[in-house]
Design a protein around this ligand. Structure first.
Ligand code: GDP
Length: 338
C-alpha cells in the first residue's frame, strides 16, 4: 500500500458506506506494522463511527469443526437480518508465517454472503501485533455496521487468552470426550469459556454420535460446576452439529443468555477493562517493535549471541547487556536498521 494512495478520510467514508473494497483496504491498513501505516491507521480509527457489535470468540482444536460451525452460525444469523464479520487470530502465522485459519475457501457460503465479511488471518507477526490488528479490524467491521463479529482462533496456547480479552463471550467447541479424556481439555480453557458446545453430535459418517455427545456434555457440566463458584456465570454445555446445523441456534441462544447475565453495566465494565488491558498490550507491542529496530541492540546482538552460545555469558547477564544497549542514547553516526 503506497502512502500516497491512502486517505484515511476517504477510507472512513467508504467503510461507513459499507463498501467492501474500502473495508478490506481499511483492515489491511490497521493490520500493517509499518510505522507510517500505524499513524494513518490511528487517523482512520479516529474517524470511524463507533458501533457496538456482539463480539464472540470461537475456539477449539484443529478439526473440531470451527469453520464449518462458523459457516452454519453465520448464515443462520444473516438469514435473521444480522450482518456478520469473521476475523481470525492464528498463532501458527506468528510462528511459521503460514496460516491454518481464516482461509476464505473454508467458509465458501459465508464468504459470498453479501451480509457477511470473512477476513483471512493477518500475516505473520508477534501475537501482540496480531491482537492489535484483530482488535482494530473489529473496529473497522463495527463501523461498517456488522453487528455480530466472530473471532476464530485455534485452541493452542496464548491465542485463546488473547481472544478472550477482546470479546464479550467466549465459545469453546469440543468433541465428545468422557472420563479420563476430559483431562485432555486444558483447565485454563474451562476457566475462560462462557459457553461450551460439544460439536459433531450427528450421524454423519455412519456412527451416531449424538448420545455420546450428550453424555459428554453432562459430564463436562459437572466438571465445570467445580471450577466456577456460586453466583458466577457457570458456562452451559450444549451439543450441536455445525455440519447439519442442528443445535446451532441453541448455541447462539446461550451466547445471548451470557450477555444477558452480564447485563449492560457488566458488559460496559468488561469492555472498559479490556481496553485497559489492550492499552498495555499496545505498549508491549510497540516496545517489542522498538527493540527489533534499535540500532544499538543490533550492534551488540551478534556478540551477545556468540557469548551465550559458548557459555561465556549467562542469560541474565546477556539480557542486561542487551537492555543496557537499548537504553543507550542513539548514536547519531549509526544509521537505524530497517
Ligand atoms: P476446523 O479445523 O476446526 O475449522 O474444522 P473444520 O470445520 O475444517 O472441520 C474439520 C472436519 O470435520 C471436516 O472434514 C468437516 O467436514 C468435519 N466436520 C465439521 N463439522 C462437523 C460436524 O458437525 N459433524 C461432522 N460429522 N463432521 C464435521
Amino acid at each position: 500500500m503506497a502512502r500516497a494512495q491512502v486517505d484515511p478520510a476517504e477510507l472512513a467514508a467508504g467503510v461507513r458506506e459499507r463498501n467492501r473494497a474500502a473495508i478490506s483496504r481499511a483492515i489491511t491498513l490497521v493490520e500493517s506494522s509499518k510505522p507510517e501505516h500505524r499513524a494513518l491507521a490511528r487517523d482512520l480509527l479516529a474517524k470511524l463511527d463507533r458501533h457496538d457489535s456482539v463480539r464472540v470468540g470461537i475456539s477449539g482444536v484443529p478439526g473440531v469443526g470451527k469453520s464449518t460451525f462458523i459457516e452454519s452460525l453465520g448464515t443462520h444469523l444473516t438469514a435473521q437480518g444480522h450482518r456478520v464479520g469473521v476475523l481470525a487470530v492464528d498463532p501458527s502465522s506468528v510462528r511459521t508465517g503460514g496460516s491454518v485459519l481464516g482461509d476464505k475457501t473454508r467458509m465458501a457460503r459465508l464468504a459470498v454472503d453479501p451480509e457477511a465479511f470473512v477476513r483471512p488471518s493477518p500475516a505473520a507477526g508477534t501475537l501482540g501485533g496480531v491482537a492489535r490488528a484483530t482488535a482494530q479490524a473489529m473496529a473497522v467491521l463495527e463501523a461498517a455496521a456488522y453487528d455480530v463479529v466472530l473471532v476464530e482462533t485455534v485452541g493452542v496456547g496464548q491465542s485463546e487468552v488473547t481472544v478472550a480479552g477482546m470479546v464479550d463471550t467466549f465459545l469453546f467447541l469440543t468433541l465428545a470426550r468422557t472420563g479420563d479424556q476430559l483431562q485432555g481439555i486444558k483447565k485454563g480453557i474451562l476457566e475462560i469459556a462462557d459457553v461450551i458446545a460439544v460439536n459433531k453430535a450427528d450421524d454423519v459418517g455412519g456412527a451416531d454420535r449424538e448420545g455420546e455427545a450428550r453424555s459428554a456434555a453432562r459430564e463436562l457440566s459437572g466438571a465445570l460446576r467445580l471450577v466456577h463458584g456460586k453466583g458466577e456465570w457457570a458456562p452451559t454445555v450444549v451439543t450441536c452439529s455445525g455440519l447439519t446445523g442442528a443445535g446451532v441456534d441453541e448455541v447462539w441462544q446461550r451466547v445471548l443468555d451470557h450477555r444477558h447475565h452480564l447485563s449492560a453495566d457488566g458488559l460496559a465494565r468488561k469492555r472498559a477493562e479490556q481496553q485497559l488491558e489492550f492499552t498495555w498490550a499496545l505498549v508491549r507491542d510497540e516496545l517489542d517493535q522498538r527493540l527489533r529496530r534499535s540500532a544499538n541492540v543490533a550492534r551488540v546482538r551478534q556478540e551477545v549471541r556468540a557469548a551465550v552460545l559458548s557459555g561465556e555469558l549467562a542469560a541474565p547477564a546477556a539480557a542486561d547487556r542487551i537492555l543496557a544497549a537499548y537504553d543507550e542514547r542513539p548514536d547519531p553516526h549509526v544509521t537505524r536498521s530497517q
